[in-house]
Design a protein around this ligand. Structure first.
Ligand code: NAP
Length: 463
């Protein structure tokens, strides 16, 4: 800790995922005498890097080394196991900090809005991803993989790729990662043989990154299967791809057309890529999913020539034992913070929180990352996003537009409320413990899936 005095600029950040760390980094670069306190409702840091990035993507997870360096800055403090909105209120923070940054991401998921969404066997990717990553919110979910051979996967973004890969990979390939024990045990009994990816637009508009779909084709037992009809580009998309298509979209189309030319393949498991299909109804038997009705779509140019999906007037029924919705995350409101229900984000103008869309700026309150712009972009996107928010914070500070920060240190308040906050030092010991426990189990890390279990180890490690 560095010395805190009257000149110290105090910033609270709600959340400890990538955008929270990049916000802290930009603040430390900008000002020598700044104290940045990160609050997380979980006892562990790193948001979606820990609870979202797939266990077989350790290279992506290694970005935490950058966050460790940021956390080593003298003005950095971590308060894990502190839920803003329950243990601490926004008003508590507003009394103690000059500026507050909301960087709490998008913790919920979009709904399909079709009949049958409540059937057993229908899940969101958010739940599944949290479950296999030992996220405490999702540890009690159950996925009946032992009875499922065919899974429908709605949406074809990179989250869908993660879900498809985890469903189709050999459990042995996942065993040495930091996957949750309960997930590995369930995956070992999985009978899933086919995942059918349902994209509502065409191959040129697939939302996955080329690397992600190519990685699935590299799995030992899996063929990526695309029919010639599905791989074919409609004239509008062909023209759009040549004119406006990104290199990644061109690479996706080439990959899909090459796969179509190879035919169905011979490996025991398949990822079948369907395009121009959108679910309209989930059909069940005795309360359990049995099929999904999809309507066929066609692409129609909008005013600026961009192809948009429209119903083509025909439909089909696809048998499916389970269905996962990977159609995007969605933000949730934080008590005391404005929320734009339509967009599922904290309303803001360039990172400055506003009372409502188009409303007045709430002085001293900012937003960064997914709860600022919505759930898009890769981890690195949040670095630029956080820098832009911090620019506004710096300008406001120079102009004297901050909160008064007259209250005492937050640690006193937490102690008076008997909140057992996890410090960065606590986390470092837990981190070492998780890795050590992992080594003794032949995996990279052993993650305990409940807040109570995590806190018990934190307390034991304090001695
Ligand atoms: P995404 O990339 O926005 O993909 C969402 C998918 O759902 C799209 O295919 C979208 O179709 C579809 N969709 C949305 N609403 C739908 C509806 N009502 N019916 C049918 N389909 C619907 O979101 P994501 O996969 O959740 O990923 C979020 C962000 O995290 C992305 O930026 C992603 O790249 C990133 N991420 C990266 C990695 C990685 O690099 N390994 C891993 C995971 C996530 P349309 O395109 O037609 O809207």
């Amino acid at each position: 800790m560095h010395e805190v005095n009257n000149d110290t600029w105090r910033v609270a950040v709600v959340g400890s995922g990538p955008s929270a760390f990049y916000t802290a980094e930009a603040l430390f670069k900008a000002a020598p005498n700044v104290q940045v306190d990160l609050f997380d409702r979980l006892p562990v840091p790193f948001g979606l890097v820990r609870g979202g990035v797939a266990p077989d993507h350790q290279k992506i997870k290694s970005v935490v080394k950058v966050y460790d360096k940021i956390a080593a800055s003298p003005g950095f403090r971590f308060f894990g196991n502190v839920c803003v909105g329950r243990d601490l209120h926004v008003a508590d923070l507003a009394g103690r900090y000059h500026q507050i940054v909301y960087a709490y991401g998008c913790e919920s998921d979009q709904k399909l809005g079709t009949p049958g969404e409540e059937l057993a066997g229908v899940h969101s990717a958010t739940e599944f991803v949290g479950w296999y990553n030992a996220h405490p919110d999702h540890r009690d979910r159950t996925f009946d993989l032992a009875r499922a051979e065919r899974v429908a996967l709605v949406g074809n973004g990179n989250v869908a790729m993660d879900v498809a890969r985890v469903l189709l990979a050999s459990p042995d390939e996942l065993a040495a990662t930091d996957i949750a024990d309960h997930a590995l045990a369930t995956l070992r009994h999985s009978r899933v043989r086919e995942v059918v990816l349902l994209g509502r637009r065409g191959p040129a508009q697939a939302a996955f990154s080329p690397k992600e779909i190519e990685e699935i084709a590299e799995l030992r037992d899996v063929d990526v299967v695309v029919s010639a009809a599905d791989a074919r580009l409609d004239p509008l998309s062909a023209e759009w791809l040549a004119r406006d298509g990104a290199r990644s979209q061109q690479r996706n189309v080439k990959f899909l057309q090459d796969r179509a030319a190879l035919g169905p393949g011979t490996r025991p498991k398949q990822l079948v890529c369907r395009f121009l299909v959108a679910p309209t109804e989930l059909l069940g038997d005795a309360g359990r999913l049995r099929a999904v009705r999809v309507q066929h779509m066609q692409l129609v140019a909008d005013a600026d020539g961009t192809p948009r999906p429209r119903p083509a007037g025909t439909s089909e029924e696809l048998a499916a034992d389970l269905l996962f919705k990977a159609i995007g995350y969605r933000g949730v409101p934080l008590p005391g913070v404005p929320f734009d229900e339509k967009k599922g984000i904290v309303p803001n103008v360039d990172g400055r929180v506003v009372e409502s869309p188009g409303g007045a700026v709430r002085v001293g309150h900012y937003v960064a990352g997914w709860c600022k712009r919505g759930p898009t972009g890769l981890i690195g996107t949040n670095s630029l996003d956080a820098k832009a928010t911090v620019e506004g914070m710096l300008a406001d500070r120079s102009a004297g537009r901050t909160l008064p920060a007259k209250g005492g240190d937050v640690t006193e308040l937490l102690a008076s409320r008997h909140i057992d906050a996890v410090s960065w030092h606590d986390w470092q010991r837990l981190d070492a413990w998780e890795q050590e426990q992992g080594r003794s189990r032949g995996k990279l890390r052993h993650k305990l899936p409940s807040i109570e279990q995590l806190m018990q180890v934190v307390r034991e490690l304090r001695g």
